[in-house]
Each structure stands twice: as structure tokens, then as C-alpha cells.
Design a protein around this ligand. Structure first.
Ligand SMILES: C[S@@+](CC[C@H](N)C(=O)[O-])C[C@H]1O[C@@H](n2cnc3c(N)ncnc32)[C@H](O)[C@@H]1O
Length: 230
């Protein structure tokens, strides 16, 4: 058994959504722990560790050698998906970035509109904008899980292109499928989301005529707060 890097709960949840035997690209790999773990576990058949900055890629190179998987993972210095091309990977992880940047990276490469690909996404902020952009551009979230790591709740999603574009309700955009998930991690995620929505509602409420978004978010906030205290 090869030695494994220690992954925290967030990275383990991300790893659990990568398919067995996939060729996996980790975009914004930083230290490279995730892809090193996947390769050392032999969960993936090949890997790419990509980062826009040289320093993280150097850290990733060190990690890959340390865990004996440097021959199975290619290092690529590139922005977003610029270093990959159609057919170069099966599963693409984009984690630990803002939701807007994650969508910008996916949206920019036309070859991402391929139903065979899977995207494992973990936004740090603006999750609602990521869910909306995915839905409006024909991507479905196939699985979504909440995880608490370092005392913070995160949402991890597995998405694929289906070509069926749709507009999400505020509840779908802010909570995804976690709205009906009874797990303690999902409850924590909803409580955090409720706090964010409360700030937005308070901001919108200061306008002379708050408008439709204000009313929709107020209704969602009420629902979330009742679920979080139930
Ligand atoms: C906060 S770290 C997240 C690392 C890891 N993915 C995780 O979830 O723990 C963000 C990494 O993304 C890289 N990054 C930021 N923007 C990027 C882009 N447009 N393309 C590729 N990498 C990017 C940064 O250099 C950094 O190493």
C-alpha cells in the first residue's frame, strides 16, 4: 500500500465524487494533495495537476514525488482549462475558488459541453451564482453533499452537461439539493446560507422600493430559519 497524503473532510468529499478509473484534472491544484491521494489510492488511471501560479505547481511537484506518483500525474502551468483539450480528462475538479471564477473557467471552454465529462466543484463563495450559471447553461448538478471541515460548512457538487437549460428558483440557487438533506452538515450549510441571505435581505430592504428579489429572498429566509430551528 502506498503512503497517502492526509486529506481533510472537504478534500475527502471531493475525492469521493471523482469516478473510479477516471483521468482526473485538478484545476487550481495548489499543494497537489487531492490528485496525489487519488493517484496513490489508484482511484484514478491518470491525473493532471494544473495551476495558474508557479509556486503552487512546485509544491504539487514535491507532493507527487513524496507520495511516489509523479509518473502518473502531469503538472501543467495554465489558467483554468487552457492547458487541457477535448478528450484530455474525464473528471475535472475545480475546488477552493469563488463560484464566479469556477463558472468562468468552465464557461470559457466550449468542449466542456460534453455529457460524458464530470465536474466536481466546491465553491468557497457565491455558490448561488455557480448553481445559476450551471443551470442556465445546460449543466445539471447530479449529486450534492455538504461537509463540515475546520468548523466551516461547504457544498461539494458533481455536475455534467445535459443541454437542458433552466432558471433556478432562489431556493434551488442558494441551497441546491441540500434544502431537503437532513444530515448535520447540510443543516450547518443551510444555517450559514440563511445568515448570508439575511445580510442580502437587509441590504435590499434599505432601498426605496426593494423589488421582487427582496420578496423572494425574504420568503426563502423565513423557510430556512424555520428549518434551521426545527
Ligand atoms: C485556495 S487554493 C485551492 C486549492 C485546492 N483546489 C483546494 O481546494 O484545496 C486556489 C488555487 O487555485 C489557483 N488558481 C486561482 N485562479 C486560477 C485559475 N484561473 N486557473 C488555475 N488555477 C487558479 C491558485 O494559484 C491556488 O493554488
Amino acid at each position: 500500500m502506498e503512503r497517502l497524503p492526509k486529506l481533510d473532510a472537504r478534500l475527502l468529499t471531493i475525492a469521493s465524487m471523482v469516478r473510479e478509473g477516471a483521468r482526473c484534472a485538478d484545476i487550481g491544484c495548489d499543494h497537489g494533495y487531492l490528485v496525489a491521494w487519488l493517484a496513490a489510492q489508484k482511484k484514478i488511471s491518470a491525473g493532471c495537476a494544473c495551476d495558474i501560479n508557479r509556486k503552487p505547481l512546485e509544491k504539487a511537484a514535491f507532493t507527487l514525488s513524496e507520495y511516489g506518483v509523479a509518473d502518473r500525474v502531469k503538472l501543467i502551468l495554465c489558467a483554468g482549462l487552457d492547458g487541457l483539450s477535448a478528450g484530455g480528462a474525464d473528471d475535472i475538479v475545480i475546488a477552493g475558488m469563488g463560484g464566479d471564477l469556477i463558472w468562468e473557467i468552465i464557461g470559457k471552454a466550449s468542449w466542456t459541453r460534453d455529457p460524458a465529462l464530470r465536474f466536481v466543484l466546491q465553491p468557497m463563495t457565491k455558490s448561488e451564482r455557480l448553481r445559476r450559471s450551471l443551470a442556465e447553461n445546460g449543466f445539471d448538478i447530479l449529486r450534492e453533499e455538504a461537509v463540515v471541515s475546520g468548523n466551516f460548512p461547504y457544498a461539494v457538487m458533481q455536475a455534467a452537461y445535459t443541454g437542458r437549460a433552466r432558471t433556478l428558483t432562489p431556493a434551488e440557487a442558494y441551497c441546491g439539493t441540500l434544502l431537503d438533506d437532513p444530515s448535520p452538515a447540510a443543516r450547518r450549510y443551510l444555517a450559514k446560507t440563511a445568515r448570508l441571505i439575511r445580510e442580502r435581505v437587509e441590504g435590499l430592504g434599505r432601498a426605496a422600493s426593494p423589488g421582487a428579489e427582496y420578496e423572494e429572498l425574504r420568503a426563502l429566509l423565513k423557510e430556512l430559519e424555520s428549518r434551521c430551528t426545527a
